[in-house]
Structure formats: C-alpha cells, structure tokens
Design a protein around this ligand. Structure first.
Ligand code: MLT
Length: 434
C-alpha cells in the first residue's frame, strides 16, 4: 500500500467512529430550520452537508483543512526555488489533513507519475469530436470515457465489502488525477495550437508538467500550481462539489462523478464566470481604445452595465467579503505583472465597483470573487482562449472533489435523497388549507 493510502487508512480509523457516534447517539438533534424562501431559493444556506476537507466562512473565506490560503502557501512544502507549494503535497494535505514531508510529497509525485499514461482511445475520442466543441465538453467526455477501466466497478461486481469501497475510489481517483494535466493540455493544443502536441515530461511535477505541455515557459508553472490549489475546494454546497458528491453517492464511479462535476462547473453561474469577466474587460478596453480609463470613466462603464446586468466576478452566494482567492491572485499580479494594462483595469474595478454596489444596495456581497482576477493572469501568459479557463478550474476542483468522494465512501455516507414537496403543500404550510 502506498504511503498516502496507508496514512489515509489510519485517518479513516480515527475519523469513522466520530461519524458513527453522531449517527448512533445524536441523529435526532436539530441543526437547522428551513424556510420556504430557502426551499424555493436553491437551498441557500441550508446546513445539510458534511465535509472536513474545507470550510467557507462568509467573512473570512475558505480554509483548507483548517488553514487559510496564506497559511497553505506558507506551510506546505515547496520544491527548491519554487514560489508555490506542489500540487502533489497539497493533495496529500487535502486528503489526510497532515502537512506532508518532502519524502511524502515525492511519493505522491511517483504515484501520479506511474499512473499518468493516458490511454490512446481518449486522444482518439477528443480528435473525433467536432472542432467547435467546447473544451469543457471535451474534458468531460474524455474523463467519462475512462470509466470502463474503473477498479471500483470491477471490485463492486466482485462483491467487495462496503467498508473497503473507499480503497477503490482512491485507486480510481489517483488514476484519474494523474492524467488530468495531459488531457487538458492535449485539448488546448489540439483546439488552439493546430494539434501540435507536446508530450509530458515525467521529471516534472504536476504544475510544471502542465505548463510544459501547454507550451508556456516559467513562471506559468507557478501559475498552474497556484491556480489548481486555489480552485480545489470551496466546501460542499457549490454546484461542482455537490454534483460530484451526489453522483458518487449513487456509487457511480469517480469517472462518472468527476465528469458530472465538470458539467456543473461549465455553467455561466459557476465556473464559466471567469470567461465572462475577461469578455467584459475586453469590451471596455475596446471602447477605451486600449487606454486605461480614469476612475470616472470606469465608474460610467460600471453604471452602464448595471442598468441591464451585473458586473461579472462580483458577488458570491456565501462570501460577504473579498474572496481570499482573489487576494492571492492579486498579490501574484502585483509581483509578476504590475504594469499589465488588463490588470490595471481589474485593479481599478476593485476600487470603484464595491462602493457602487453598496450605494445601489442591490448586491448582498459587493466584493470580487476568484473569477474577477483569474482570467487576467491566463491572458497575460498567453492563454487567450477564454473558453479554456474553466478547464483549468476543473483540474483544480477535481483535487477537492476526489478527496471528498473518497472520504464520503470511507465514512459510509449513503445515497443522497432529499425530500420534495408540491407547491400546494408549501402554500398549505404558508397560509393554511383553502
Ligand atoms: C466555487 O469555488 O465553487 C465558487 O466560488 C462557487 C461557490 O462557492 O458557491
């Protein structure tokens, strides 16, 4: 058994009794009340999911396994000369809650390496898809096509015990995650670089290998690491995480679950928002003839947009302050691209949008979220195809959702099945029988 799997097994033995005790002795203890607004309104804020992988505080933002983003960047191991922690070490941390040693990180690197060969049929499927397919459709289809090799499916049919399901979800997750950088970079080069594919370099870590296969030089490897870490998890209620969890709760394998996760992420109200931010910024840039607007000019663009819509990248269902993922990327921009025109636009927006949204009183959260900053960095390093940005989000999110799914199986969570009511039933609750 690999070091990571062994560590996970130890952790599961400690954690499982906690869940069992809650279920056995405290199952009837009330946690929350639910109102009609929440039932009709997308189950907003209903406390009905459990995860220890991350927690989103509305005012503080995300904590991964108890650590804030600056703490993650500071405490997790970095390879010599690197600015960002390795994705491999971060995944170890997400899965186990422990900060790995360099040796433990190296073991994960080796594990990913040994599982990274993408089957030829995946490339053939991608090549046979219509040239105008969305990269998210291609990414999702590629992942789905690999479900035929799911170890969990094989073992399930052989009748393995429920208590060890997690082991096969772990194997499938490792097999899948190891292949994501190559599949995503293949889609990118196939679609936008005339199919000029760059083979992987097994000596490189997850982030650097991705940058290499994208054909983008340093410090894009740092961008990749930062991006995958920042987008990995945002507790369980967001559409992508919840979809992955829900699908896997039916014991659909990890390939089904992660493909479904991506399909949810592909919506404009979720992961596609980063694409919309860049489209909006470029619209303004075109009107300005490439010049950086004054504060007054930018305010006018914002007012104009607000007459008919929203400012993309601003607001969040849970957050009530600036997204720390935005701040982390902003710091990166201040260090690496402080004079970039597009970054100056973003910076100006950060100054003018929140007061306007506050003054209009429409937005519950007038602050920028992760999407307001991420596309700018990609654009700067030459990834100018907006529609690809969500694929990058998807690679990161798969790290968190795989961790959650493995834990859900380990803790024996059942199939998810909330109860629905009819409108008449809600009316009866609201104003009694007519
Ligand atoms: C996410 O990272 O999933 C988004 O910020 C959306 C959310 O948390 O609801």
């Amino acid at each position: 058994m690999s070091g990571l799997k062994l560590k996970l097994q130890e952790k599961i033995q400690v954690e499982k009794p906690r869940t069992e005790k809650l279920l056995k002795e405290y199952a009837n203890v009330k946690v929350d009340e639910v109102n009609i607004g929440q039932i009709i309104g997308g189950m907003r804020d209903i406390k009905s999911l459990v995860t220890d992988v991350s927690y989103l505080d509305p005012f503080e933002g995300i904590r991964f396994r108890g650590l804030t983003i600056p703490e993650v960047f500071e405490k997790l191991p970095k390879d010599a000369g690197n600015e960002m922690p390795s994705v491999e070490g971060f995944f170890y941390f997400l899965l186990t809650g422990d900060i790995p040693t360099t040796k433990e990180v190296d073991e994960v690197k080796e594990e990913f390496n040994s599982r990274s060969k993408v089957p030829d049929f995946v490339f053939n499927i991608l090549k046979s898809m219509p040239a105008d397919s969305h990269p998210m459709t291609m990414f999702s289809a590629a992942i789905l096509s690999m479900n035929k090799d799911s170890l969990f499916v094989k073992k399930y049919h052989e009748g393995v015990k429920k208590a060890v399901y997690w082991e096969y979800y772990y194997e499938d997750a490792m097999n899948l995650l190891a292949k994501l950088p190559e599949i995503a970079a293949f889609i990118y080069r196939l679609k936008y670089r005339n199919g000029d594919i760059i083979p992987p370099d097994p000596k490189l870590d997850f982030g650097a290998n991705f940058a290499h296969m994208m054909g983008i030089s340093k410090p894009y490897d740092e961008v990749a690491r930062m991006y995958f870490i920042l987008h990995s998890d945002h507790e369980s209620g967001n559409v992508s995480a919840h979809t992955g969890h829900l699908v896997a709760s039916a014991l659909s394998d990890i390939f089904y679950a992660i493909s479904a996760m991506l399909n949810g992420l592909a919506g404009p109200l979720h992961g596609l928002a980063n694409e919309e931010v860049l489209r909006w910024l470029h619209g303004v840039m075109e009107k300005m003839g490439g010049k950086v607007p004054t504060e007054e000019e930018m305010k006018n663009f914002v007012y104009e947009t607000l007459k008919t819509g929203v400012i993309p990248g601003y607001g969040h269902a849970v957050l009530r302050k600036t997204d720390p993922r935005y701040m982390a990327q902003r710091e990166f921009c201040l260090k690496h691209l402080p004079n970039d025109t597009l970054f100056k636009y973003v910076d100006l927006l950060f100054k003018v949008v929140p007061p306007i949204l506050l003054e209009q009183g429409k937005a519950k959260n007038p602050w920028p979220n992760v999407d307001a900053q991420s596309g700018v960095i990609q654009w700067y390093y030459g990834v100018k195809e907006y529609e690809f940005y969500t694929v990058l989000f998807g690679i990161g999110r798969a790290l968190g959702v795989c961790s959650n799914i493995i834990w859900a199986r380990a803790l024996g969570y059942p199939i998810e099945r909330p109860k629905s009511l009819t409108t008449a039933m809600l009316e009866e609750v609201a104003f009694g029988k007519k």
